[in-house]
Design a protein around this ligand. Structure first.
Ligand SMILES: Cc1cc2nc3c(=O)[nH]c(=O)nc-3n(C[C@H](O)[C@H](O)[C@H](O)COP(=O)(O)OP(=O)(O)OC[C@H]3O[C@@H](n4cnc5c(N)ncnc54)[C@H](O)[C@@H]3O)c2cc1C
Length: 451
């Protein structure tokens, strides 16, 4: 069964997020971007409205929503402000390792609290010296009895400056790479934890980004999310479930830009007519629409896979780089439709463009996503078509193609040059290929098949 219809509940979730985005976020987004500050009260309102933490399972007091519902909500919120969408959704990123873990007591303690009180939890793998290479973590976790002592720095952490809790990935031995990585739930108020100043950024200035520092922070054994050796896989599994949502951020931002461009094109006059009459502008709008639609489909598919117990890793990676790069193209075209006015700070396009630029960077850059998808395509993907060497052959006769089957009266064998694909007809392969000059040994007998 294939069905793109949203359920009544999903429609309601989308409508609720849309109203919140238009009423609470849109009117203040440009102000907070300008002053480079996160309006934490908006996050609290989102929490109170049930638009945050919706993925906490019901047994811990959450709504137990899936990623499809998450995608619907985040598209709406990101359409109003991608930066605030990042900060609102960041709790889901911060909690995901805990949700995926087997530490029941820890889940009960923190997920229940996050479901019931306005608490922020951030996610920290990146450090000043590494981002893409998660196996290169240096933040040190040393065993001390049953506890661990944390020492090190995390960087670029969304909501890092305002979070109550932190999911921190560290290593027991930086030299052991993947094998040493572990994860902990750390509280901001613990001795030895400090947060850096808000990092000034090109875009998403309504989202807080800061470094975290740990000096001899004691983490009790109860707060181990993943023991050494299990942290790396947990981080990767987390990304597989959070990357689809980056897709919805990008769809939301691109949709807004497209809608603003449509509005502008229908009003702006040039050469005595609306610019929407020019085919050049119409084609830009068509392509924007095409990218928003295809991107949403891709995002929903990744979210649907995750919700239906299918490993979403590859679809999530395709979504991450396809959708975020498409969104940048949409933003670029939208700005071109606005031309000079798009380049000003009076209209929303320049902010959306700055905000959108981040999507190809965090939660794994486009380059890393391409690496994941290429690795799958080259090593694990199962082709339907036969290998090139085993393609069915055609016999050339008087300029006609003829299938070498039982109806063929001519039983002369056929030989394929494995280098250039040329089919030779004869009892023996030629001494060398008449096309690529490879020797006789390059030829494989392809008909009749060797029994
Ligand atoms: C605003 C913001 C918010 C963020 N929020 C968080 C957060 O909440 N938590 C968190 O842990 N991190 C966060 N990050 C960090 C983010 O995930 C990293 O910036 C990102 O993973 C890239 O790492 P890097 O910046 O160190 O770049 P690097 O890893 O140094 O990469 C530099 C360049 O080299 C390329 N490259 C690296 N390795 C390869 C490879 N194997 N093949 C091909 N190309 C490669 C990259 O694609 C990139 O183009 C945030 C970053 C920003 C800017």
């Amino acid at each position: 069964m294939l069905d793109f219809t949203l359920s009544k509940q999903q429609e309601e979730v989308r409508q609720h997020a849309r109203e919140f985005a238009l009423k609470e976020i849109l009117p203040v987004a440009w102000y907070y971007d300008e002053i480079d500050e996160i309006p934490t009260y908006i996050l609290e309102k989102a929490f109170n409205e049930g638009l945050m933490n919706s993925d906490i399972p019901t047994e811990y007091g959450g709504k137990g929503y899936g990623l499809v519902e998450g995608a619907l909500m985040t598209e709406e919120i990101s359409a109003a402000c991608p930066g605030l969408a990042t900060s609102i959704f960041d709790n889901s990123l911060g909690m995901e390792p805990l949700i995926l873990s087997n530490n029941e007591a820890l889940k009960k303690k923190y997920l229940t609290k996050i479901a019931n009180e306005f608490k922020l939890i951030c996610f920290a793998t990146s450090e000043p010296t590494m981002g893409s290479d998660v196996s290169g973590i240096r933040c040190k976790a040393e065993k001390d009895g049953d506890d661990y002592i944390l020492n090190g720095t995390k960087f670029w952490i969304t909501n890092g400056g305002i979070a109550d809790y932190m999911t921190v990935f560290a290593t027991v031995d930086p030299k052991s790479k993947h094998k040493g990585i572990c994860a902990f739930l750390v509280e901001r108020d613990w001795e030895g934890v400090s947060v850096g100043k808000h990092i000034p950024k090109l875009g998403q200035r309504c989202s807080n980004t800061a470094g975290l520092n740990f000096k001899n922070v004691r983490v009790p054994k109860e707060n181990v999310i993943a023991p050494p050796g299990e942290g790396f896989l947990l981080a990767m599994k987390t990304f597989s479930r959070t990357r689809p949502i980056i897709g919805s951020f990008a769809v939301g931002a691109a949709r807004s830009a497209m809608e603003y461009a449509i509005d502008y094109a229908k009003k702006r006059q040039a050469f005595g007519m609306n610019i929407s009459n020019f085919q050049a502008i119409q084609f830009k709008i068509a392509e924007m629409y095409q990218k928003v639609e295809t991107s949403r489909l891709m995002t929903w598919k990744a979210a649907w896979e995750a919700d239906n117990g299918i490993d979403p890793t590859i679809t999530a990676s395709i979504t991450k780089f396809y959708v975020t790069e498409s969104a940048m193209e949409v933003l670029n075209d939208a700005l071109q439709v606005f031309a000079g006015y798009g380049y000003t700070r009076f209209f929303p396009i320049e902010k959306l463009l700055r905000d959108t630029r981040l999507f190809t960077i965090y939660e794994g850059t486009s380059e890393i996503q391409r690496g994941i998808v290429a690795g799958y395509a080259l090593n694990s993907y199962e082709s339907v078509m036969p290998p090139l060497d085993d393609l069915p052959v055609t016999r050339f006769e008087s300029g006609m193609h003829r299938k070498p089957d039982e109806t063929t009266t001519d039983s002369t064998p056929l030989w394929r040059c494995r280098m250039c694909g040329y089919i030779h007809e004869g009892d023996e392969p030629p001494e060398e290929c008449p096309y690529c000059f490879f020797p006789k040994t390059a030829f494989k007998k392809v008909w009749p098949e060797e029994k």
